[in-house]
Design a protein around this ligand. Structure first.
Ligand code: SAH
Length: 255
């Protein structure tokens, strides 16, 4: 059995209880060494066989899993954040299916949630934006044309860019060329929730300068949109005193 486990964004105590228990019981752990906090491996039992997948190709990962299966061992495949976001888990699942190896998934706290927490940020402010666009600039992996930076910017929703901090200058230029104003609020968060986390609030125009001043080129998220300013929003209806819900009777303000 293989358990895909979301390791969370970095801090050792931001893994789920289920994820931690699976690590404690695992005979074999394959973890993404480039991004997963190695302190999480402290939870592994003695004698657990631990492999860093950043040094392995997919065939080598599969080989380790198959050998474990032959011996009836349990494998944890530890992915950073939540495995469903840029986790390349589908291709692994398809290979496991071919070999009749069963698996399940334990979610994790994605880095975009970790970054919001570090900034005390609500992505979905009433009157500002009610959507979060999780996306990336293309790299070796292509992005469909309909999801280009320019196409998505047209929504003026809150945008979170993964895997794009290496070229914040290009990102800033493209978003401005797409029609977002130069003063659109932005944040760049490096290693959210890690002890060496760095976070900067800036504008679309000053984003490249802010990133280069802090020396941030990877392991960072770029958040763009008016929500980053955390002001000018409307109060939520849910907690409005006069609002009646299924759980609470609203107060009549005129009474
Ligand atoms: N599955 C992961 C994302 C993996 S893609 C998740 O849910 O977070 C790797 C990219 O995620 C990095 O290039 C960076 O853009 C982002 N990332 C991962 N961990 C991060 C962290 N702690 N702080 C900021 N960005 C992070």
């Amino acid at each position: 059995m293989v358990h895909f486990v979301g390791a969370g964004p970095g801090a050792k105590d931001l893994i789920t209880l289920r994820g931690k228990e699976l690590i404690e019981k695992a005979d074999v752990i394959i973890y993404a060494g480039s991004l997963v906090n190695p302190e999480l491996l402290d939870y592994a039992k003695e004698g657990c066989s631990i492999h860093d997948s950043s040094k392995l190709d997919i065939d080598e990962v599969l080989e380790i899993i198959k050998n474990a299966e032959k011996e009836g061992l349990t494998t944890v495949r530890l992915h950073t954040g939540d495995p469903s976001i840029y986790g390349a888990i589908r291709e692994q699942m398809d290979l496991l299916d071919k070999d009749g190896i069963s698996y399940d998934v334990t979610p994790g706290v994605s880095s975009f949630c970790g970054a919001a927490a570090s900034l005390n940020l609500e992505y979905t402010l009433p009157g500002i934006s009610q959507s979060v666009i999780i996306t990336r600039m293309e790299g070796r992996t292509k992005v469909p044309e309909k999801e280009s930076v320019e196409a998505l910017a047209a929504h003026e929703a809150t945008m979170v860019f993964f895997l794009s901090a290496g070229d914040s200058k290009r990102l800033s230029e493209r978003l401005i060329a797409a029609g977002l104003t130069e003063d659109t609020p932005c944040a760049i968060v490096y290693k959210a929730t890690w002890p060496d986390e760095k976070k900067v609030i800036c504008s679309l125009k000053t984003l490249p300068e802010a990133a280069s001043k802090e020396g941030i080129t990877k392991t960072a998220l770029i958040i763009v949109g008016k929500a980053v300013a955390q002001s000018g929003y409307e109060m939520s209806r849910l907690y409005a005193p006069e609002f009646t819900t299924e759980y609470r009777k609203g107060k009549n303000k005129d009474a």
